[in-house]
Design a protein around this ligand. Structure first.
Ligand code: SAM
Length: 287
């Protein structure tokens, strides 16, 4: 089978099917063997492993994954790509394509049906307009994932790996670092896609932790505290918590509680470590 990643092969297929790229679906297809190779290496697959791919496009990454893994399930939203995928992946019996929107797919059912007992990872060149909802769905669904290797917009990767104190640090950083250990695999210039996107990209690997980074009694409440703390970035912690927590604690109680655990209520959310968010959640939930 021809390497789909080769620019002339991709161009030929796109032209033969009269396929027009939809910006609204984040369609930027990879045409660089070196980056493809780095994604597959980072996915660290064996013939026993399962892979979920989101957005296979014309099947470029899917082809490489099918050659390294035991089973690949790919979910593609754009029905115009289905006939193309049937042709390009015809020689790979270990690939199953679903025509669906990943955000509306029951991933637990899909995992049970296809990956039961298999070490499984997500590997994808994600559509950028929905990167954060997709990552959050994968993490919050508590799927039995080994790791997530994804190409994302550079700024999103920077937010996922950000440490407290900077402007990139926010609710996404806390969520990703609560569930996983993130690391940058490689930086990717715009020039390796057709059509070229407007932004640079990063391939990031999120190793899913066996236990979250911090222990909390009620993870839902922990994330509410995190979201409330970042609700308005220029406001103080006190102000944000006062107006955005579901249990609406009284101002004096909030101040006393924060002071009692050594957190100045005048600080901003972006300065707090994940451990500090966890301490706050443990003490604020009973107010
Ligand atoms: N994997 C291919 C590659 O690397 O060349 C294509 C990647 S392209 C950046 C993103 C793909 O995701 C497109 O094929 C697009 O149609 C698909 N897509 C967009 N939104 C989606 C969604 N909500 N669910 C599933 N696939 C989606």
């Amino acid at each position: 089978m021809k390497r789909l990643v080769h620019p002339s092969v991709t161009r030929e297929i796109v032209a033969r099917y009269g396929f027009h790229f939809k910006k609204s679906l984040g369609q930027n297809f990879l045409i660089d063997w070196n980056i493809l190779h780095q994604i597959v290496e980072a996915a660290d697959l064996t013939q026993e492993d399962g892979v979920l791919e989101i957005g296979p496009g014309i099947g470029t990454l899917t082809q490489a994954l099918a050659e390294s893994a035991g089973k690949v399930v790919a979910i593609e939203k754009d029905d115009r790509l289905l006939p193309i995928l049937r042709e390009t992946l015809a020689e790979y019996p270990n690939v199953k394509i679903y025509h669906a929107d990943v955000l509306e797919t029951n991933l637990h059912e899909l995992f049970q049906q296809h990956f039961d007992g298999k070490k499984t990872s997500v590997v994808a060149n994600l559509p950028y307009y929905v990167t954060t909802p997709i990552i959050m769905k994968l993490l919050e669904n508590h799927l039995p994932l080994h790791h997530i290797v994804v190409m994302v917009q550079k700024e999103v990767a920077e937010r996922m790996t950000a440490e407290p104190g900077g402007k990139e640090y926010g609710a996404l950083s806390v969520a990703v670092q609560y569930y996983t250990d993130p690391e940058v695999v490689c930086r990717v210039p715009k020039t390796v896609f057709i059509p070229q996107p407007q932004v640079d990209s990063i391939v990031i690997r999120l190793r899913v932790r066996s236990k979250p980074r911090v222990e909390v009694t009620d993870p839902d409440y922990f994330f509410r505290v995190v979201k409330a703390s970042f609700a308005q970035r220029r406001k103080t912690l006190l102000n944000n918590l006062q107006h955005n927590l579901p249990n609406r604690p009284a101002k004096e109680n909030l101040v006393d509680t924060l002071m009692s655990i050594g957190i100045d209520p005048g600080r901003r959310g972006e300065t707090l470590s994940i451990q500090e968010f966890a301490n706050m959640a443990e003490h604020l939930r009973t107010l």
